[in-house]
Design a protein around this ligand. Structure first.
Ligand code: SUG
Length: 416
């Protein structure tokens, strides 16, 4: 009954490149470029369809209301008088990266046998700090069944929390009790360490995890300095497999030993820097992959096309496939519009282990819903946005109307 469901964020109609995330090298490099919201959202739908075609359960979360007038007003501004970065913050479609929507601890791991969610407060980046109140509203609708789900408030803003992007779960199968690994950063480097250790510890307590099956691991400061603003840029886990760059963790050997002690069946696939440098891993987003268990029990790695196109990465992956290790297939997908803001295939999804029958069906994807979502996007999402246009009232109106039409199509107007 319990299975992994990936909830992808539908890319919102205001998707743009404003360079808001210091330490996210793709986002800052693309600051000011013209974005293509319609193409971005359709790329995301194609990724979901491809995963469904593999026989996997797929859900989605809706874009949040943007522009966020309340944010601008709370700063004593009206919008037209806001400086560009603040205006852009109110417009950001950043909720598309649902790996940052929440941390999720499935029922087998928690003391009360419910699947727990804590929305991420995302306080490090102003444009992301305004997501969680609307995110939690949506989670409480999608996972309203309180016999199976518990949705908490975010942890206090004194401790930055970035959600599932800094959280990994390892066990024999999705439905078994698993080891939950929380990865945090220590401040002091050139770029912000977004995940605070105290936030991770608070989430583990709120989710009533068994302390015997929890690890807190420090991210390698060198990785943060090289642009790994979230741990999921340098490592990904699925069931008994951890796929990681050798420079992901501050103390890799102690981390691997602690994992093996708690899960002797763990298989740790380590990519050495001599084969794929940290810089190339981050540029190509090799690790920002979906590591998926297919219905036949084998694993596939869904990577961005940028990773497949990298000679260093491809040579390593081809060797990995020839060696017949735990990962048997590599599937490149085109999510270039999201990638240009530092969001790969793994950023775009929130993993939830649950019985799909307990989820509000309006958030579950099937072919018919994929068709109707694509039709609204094709008809209503702006073809392109130049960040200089973010003060145009007509654009704001078009973006709001597009989102509202999608909500109505999905019978989710109550999220308006
Ligand atoms: O938080 N980019 C996001 C990318 C999030 C990726 N998520 C994971 N790694 N799980 C961020 O930095 C850029 C927005 C802009 O600059 O316009 C942005 O928010």
């Amino acid at each position: 009954m319990l299975q992994e469901i990936n909830f992808d964020g539908i890319v919102g109609p205001s998707h743009n490149y404003a360079g808001l995330s210091l330490g996210n090298l793709a986002a800052t490099a693309n600051a000011g470029n013209v974005s293509f919201p319609r193409a971005a959202a359709l790329q995301g739908i194609e990724k979901m369809r491809a995963n469904m075609a593999l026989g996997l359960a797929q859900g989605f979360l809706l874009p949040l209301p943007r522009p966020h007038d309340g944010f601008v007003a709370s700063l004593g501004l009206t919008g037209s008088d806001a400086e560009p970065a603040l205006r852009a913050a109110a417009w950001s479609a950043s909720s598309m990266w649902t790996a940052n929507a929440a941390t999720v601890s499935p029922a087998p791991d928690t003391a009360d046998g419910r699947c727990h969610f804590t929305p991420a407060n995302l306080v490090t980046m102003p444009h992301r700090s305004i997501e969680w109140p609307d995110t939690v509203r949506q989670l409480r609708l999608a996972f309203a069944d309180s016999a199976h789900f518990a949705v908490h408030d975010a942890v206090p803003p004194c401790f930055g929390d970035e959600g599932a992007a800094n959280h990994m779960r390892m066990g024999l199968s999705h439905g078994d009790p698993a080891l939950e690994i929380f990865v945090y950063g220590r401040p002091g480097g050139a770029f912000p360490a977004r995940q605070n250790e105290q936030a991770s510890r608070a989430v583990a307590r709120l989710h009533r995890l068994n302390p015997e099956r929890v690890l807190f691991v420090e991210q390698n400061p060198q990785a943060i300095a090289a642009g790994a603003f979230h741990n999921d840029v340098v490592a990904v886990a699925n069931e008994r497999v951890l796929f990681t760059h050798e420079l992901a963790f501050a103390d890799p050997d102690a981390t691997y030993a602690a994992i093996r002690e708690k899960l002797p069946e763990a298989e740790i696939v380590i990519v050495p820097a001599s084969r794929v440098s940290l810089g190339e891993a981050i540029r190509s987003y090799l690790f920002n992959a979906q590591l998926l268990t297919l219905p036949d029990g084998t694993m596939a790695l869904v990577i961005p096309t940028e990773a497949w196109d990298s000679a260093e990465v491809r040579s390593w992956l081809e060797e990995m496939l020839r060696a017949n290790g735990p990962i048997r297939r590599v599937i490149p997908v085109d999510v270039r519009q999201s990638m240009a803001n530092g969001g790969g295939p793994a950023c775009l999804r929130l993993r939830v282990v649950a019985d799909p029958a307990t989820v509000d069906p309006r958030f579950m994807l099937d072919d018919a819903r994929a068709e109707s979502i694509s039709a609204v996007i094709a008809a209503q999402w702006p073809e392109q946005i130049d960040p200089a246009d973010l003060d145009r009232p007509a654009l704001a109106q078009a973006v709001r109307k597009a989102r509202r039409n999608l909500l109505e199509t999905l019978d989710l107007a109550e999220l308006d």
